[in-house]
Write a protein that binds this ligand. Structure first.
Ligand code: BGC
Ligand code: CA
Length: 384
């Protein structure tokens, strides 16, 4: 587990140490207390990951140097064909992810002509066809961001049946599916973050500010509205659950006024939040499962004549540039950096490890970073 994490952690480790220097509180996610037994060993591995992050930071530079030397000699990557399936191009976060992925693959020695990235247009049938086409074309490795995580077993069977190594990204297949890769010894892995951590951090951003501040009407409860991403997606499920859980774990009482599905989309969220705010003017907190929706929420908050951090609080996830600028300007309370750089590099490195025969673990993790006014500028600078 450790070895495969090193290169992935490089960016995170650098980002984190940089952020630590800028006064970030550096909190870790609370370990979920009631986990299904089947998840236990993976959770241990993830907990190790968090601890290892700090330890490995010191040795990361050295290992990176080794990796770079090994990869510099990898001229044969130039004839390898990579197929990349993205669930939907019209997704702000996945756009950052795929751009970085392509650039990094090229930097590692693949040629642009041999990298094909396709848009699943948020339709599983379309994506399944695209995967079939990649198989027919004989790509050497596939990187897949599934439209429906629940289709992973079918996708895996299709790809493994064609003897092509497979790297899943962003939408994590369930524990049973991941266990199958392991027990069959298949060249299949998942690269991504644990969405529980991002939800927990969203809640902690508010907890760190103190209940006194957030409980605007002083009734001893936090009135909130929740805007969810695609409910089929584990990121949406966990962020919804763990953001609120962090408030409860701090001993706060919560009062859910509304819970709506914004499908990760800014315009949808804008409409939903406009409706919610007029039905529930007593709203104190707007939780959005991602920044695109938080940007939509902000438009409606402003249209309703409200002021973030004065008479309402707003948190998102991703650390999109626009959201970071809003945090700096005090128009968003906070966000959580969803490290598309570490994840895209990790996915490319995993693909390379399959091509060179080095192999991979079946889960490659990554840490989120809490973002508030304290560190938003340094996160923004690190992304330039
Ligand atoms: C991101 C969202 C994105 C989704 C796509 C999440 O991890 O936070 O912004 O829409 O992935 O699956
Ligand atoms: Ca209240």
């Amino acid at each position: 587990m450790k070895k495969k994490l090193v290169s992935l952690l490089t960016v995170s480790a650098m980002t984190m140490s940089m952020l630590a220097g800028c006064g970030a509180s550096g909190s870790q996610p609370a370990a979920p207390s009631s986990e299904p037994a089947a998840e236990a060993s993976k959770e241990e591995a993830k907990a190790d990951t968090a601890t290892d992050a700090a330890t490995d930071a010191a040795t990361a530079a050295e290992s990176v140097a080794e990796t770079a030397t090994a990869e510099a000699g990898n001229a044969d990557l130039a004839d390898k064909k990579v197929g990349v399936c993205i669930y939907q191009f019209a997704d702000n976060f996945m756009t950052l992810f795929r751009t970085e992925l392509e650039n990094y693959l090229i930097a590692q020695g693949f040629t642009k002509e041999n990298i094909t990235i396709v848009d699943g247009a948020n339709d599983q049938a379309t994506q399944t066809n695209q995967i079939q086409n990649f198989i027919t074309q004989g790509v050497d490795v596939l990187i897949i961001n599934p439209v429906n995580s629940s289709s992973a077993a079918t996708i895996t069977d299709q790809v493994v049946g064609a003897n092509i190594p497979l790297v899943y990204i962003n939408r994590e297949p369930d524990a049973d599916e991941e266990a199958r890769w392991d027990s069959n010894g298949w060249d299949v892995t998942y690269v991504g973050c644990d969405a529980r951590q991002s939800g927990t951090m969203q809640g902690e951003i508010l907890v760190d500010m103190g209940q006194e501040k957030i409980d605007l009407n002083k009734d001893g409860k936090i009135q909130y509205i929740m805007i969810e991403g695609d409910p089929e997606n584990v990121d949406a499920q966990y962020r919804t659950e763990f953001s609120v859980k962090a408030l409860e774990d701090a001993g706060w009482t919560v009062d859910e006024l509304d819970d709506q599905v914004g499908m990760w989309d800014q315009a949808t969220a804008q409409q939903l939040v406009a409706n919610s705010l007029s039905a529930h003017p007593e709203t104190e907190v707007v939780f959005c499962n991602n920044d695109a929706m938080a940007l939509g929420a902000l438009q409606s908050i402003e249209a309703a004549g409200r002021k973030v951090n004065e008479d309402i609080y707003l948190v998102g996830v991703d650390a999109l540039t626009e959201a970071l600028e809003d945090v700096i300007a005090g128009k968003m309370t906070g966000t959580v950096f969803n490290d598309h750089i570490a994840q895209s590099h990790g996915a490319a490195d995993a693909a390379i490890n399959y091509l060179t025969g080095a192999g991979n673990d079946h889960y490659i993790g990554c840490d989120y970073v809490k973002v508030t006014t304290d560190n938003a500028q340094s996160v923004l600078d690190s992304l330039k």
